[in-house]
Design a protein around this ligand. Sequence first.
Ligand SMILES: NC(=O)c1ccc[n+]([C@@H]2O[C@H](COP(=O)([O-])OP(=O)(O)OC[C@H]3O[C@@H](n4cnc5c(N)ncnc54)[C@H](O)[C@@H]3O)[C@@H](O)[C@H]2O)c1
Length: 266
Amino acid sequence: MKGLLDGRVVIVTGAARGIGQAYALALAEHGAKVAVADLLDPAETVNKINASHPESAIGIAVDVANYASCEAMVQKTLDAFGSVTGLINNAALFGVSAKQKGVQMRPFTQIPEEDWDLTMAINVKGPWNCCKAVVPHMMEKRYGKIVNISSQTIGMGTPMILDYVTSKGAVATMARCLARELGPYGIRVNALTPGFTQSQAVKDLMGSIGGAGDAMTAQYAAQACLGRPQVPEDLVGTAVYLMSELSDFVTGQLLNVDGGQSHTGM
Ligand SMILES: NC(=O)c1ccc[n+]([C@@H]2O[C@H](COP(=O)([O-])OP(=O)(O)OC[C@H]3O[C@@H](n4cnc5c(N)ncnc54)[C@H](O)[C@@H]3O)[C@@H](O)[C@H]2O)c1
């Protein structure tokens, strides 16, 4: 059977774990070749994909805050698969990992300047770097699909994580501007705003604030039209759609996927 993404090659940044891993698995399931790029070891995602779709994934060590690293990521993808059709800018300073302390909840006046700068370097400059590295190739082909992963927090105005929410607002705006600049070259650029999603990163973050975290998780689920917590797999259909030809006349848009939580909660 023909897959929706047969012949397409997609780079997913931040795909070693969490929601990025879910995007990568789903893209491969629909026929894409996937470059799994992360600061963390991407082996788990790559092995999962190649076990069911042999030679469909490669792992790439990347630091999206570093332009040379992004250029190397694109070149490795071209060397392995011959082209790059899509880019999902999913990597972000968000969850705690062996390499990062993750997003912190605190009043905006207490954000250290170095934390603010690091968040912007990864969450804003990172997607810019990845776009700069991949766009020349897409321009040559006069076709490309880019998705910036923003967050529903930008509509909610979620307090106590100003550095993170501000960075997610920036990548939504970046997608809108790039859609205008790159449309003439056949490159579509959209932003996806996930709701509060039960990735391991969110579970760890909520766990770190004890009972308040449980209450917040229950509150978000109750506010959603669909009345249950959001999981990473709830997001993958929209990512597959945005990487497919089905969305070829969709660009410059902000697609919100949150089970209707913001519809009832804003
Ligand atoms: N979980 C949610 O509720 C939620 C809601 C809205 C948006 N998002 C966004 O979805 C994305 C994935 O979130 P998640 O919940 O899976 O969290 P996560 O922390 O597990 O995912 C972020 C990934 O990015 C990687 N990364 C961090 N810095 C990097 C760098 N400099 N270079 C390359 N990779 C780097 C991390 O190693 C990690 O694998 C993030 O962009 C996040 O902002 C999450």
